[in-house]
Design a protein around this ligand. Sequence first.
Ligand code: NIG
Ligand code: FE
Length: 412
Amino acid sequence: MITLITNIKELLQVRETSISKVSGAEMAILPTIKNAFLILKDNLIANFGTMENLPEIKADNVIDVTGRIILPTWCDSHTHIVYAGNREQEFVDRINGFTYEEIANRGGGILNSAKKLNEALEEEIYDQSRLRLEEVMHLGTGAVEIKSGYGLTIEGELKMLRVIKKLAENYPIAIKATFLGAHAFPIHYKENKAGYIDEIITQMLPEIAKNKLADYIDIFCEAGYFSVEETEIIMEAGIQFGLKPKIHVNQFNSIGGIQAGIKYKALSVDHLEIMRPEDIQSLKDSETMAVALPSCSYFLSIPYTPAREMIKAGLPIALATDFNPGSSPSGNMNFVVATACIKMKMTPEEAINAATINGAYAMGISETHGSITKGKRANLIITKPISSYYQIPYAFGSNLIENVFIEGQILT
Ligand code: NIG
Ligand code: FE
């Protein structure tokens, strides 16, 4: 099936040859073609160029998008969209003056979600999560990483990972699964942290690997959660089971998690709200992607990742939603891109690079996703008629998406 799209006002993120990521000053460059055509063959991008160079072609389907901009779908490399219920009461508690940490210390937070998750049936969790996935697909997300981490028991973690697997089987969107058993210590292990780590390593990991339920391993490396030493032990075990690390670090404190991630060749280190100069220095000369989560900073009123300093130092940055019930109950990548521009002072070009090709890198799929390149997946956002792509961050509350293509099929 050949689809020809004509009269594209501007085609964004066009890369003639496949690249894996963009770093530092390169992030300011977003290659585009004005007045473009695009040809899709089945689920792949087959050809593109300017309208003057449109070849003679017999298409099954011709779509004229005069006035509209096309870009690759967002690659959201950090989410927790499989969860049960919500934490709206904690949201109101925070408005009334409690901090995220105070709520967590009284048994709320991650442990609150873990209780709900363990009480819910797998089918209920699937149904709730599927609605979130469908919502983000309509918001232009074409690839997503989803973490476990609200089970904190072998049954709960496996239940979450099975739900992720079922979502991947039932939806056309690319999904990567991450095992985050080390998200928090369950209450009954509060005085026996080594016991929980042992359960992760000797019980959860073998079962997950045997059933091929995860691609990556994650740990919440943070004061009051998993220390750097514990993080290293769990990363090492994960790697032995074939899971590359992608870890939560520097959300509230800089305790050495970045250096640990780099040491174990983590694909990404995520959050990075609190960055010391040495953290930025360590990331230079590594292949580890720095992932910023501005919706989390917005929702919790914590600092934003210092993107300008990091880009100036030559680092790549990816943007993701962190969609979860506690710190970012939104999976809207358009809002993430806008917030990165408004609050982190990233330019629209940098933010779009960060949310497409660099997001793809942070989930190991930049060979197939994240840019308009021949042979890559036909995953496209078609905007409504807009004056320029600056509108995407500028009109931050508006939905500017008219259509989304995933694997060459238009979403209905
Ligand atoms: O990425 N920081 C750790 N984990 C999640 C939040 C978890 C929660 O509050 O449920 C995050 O922000
Ligand atoms: Fe997270």
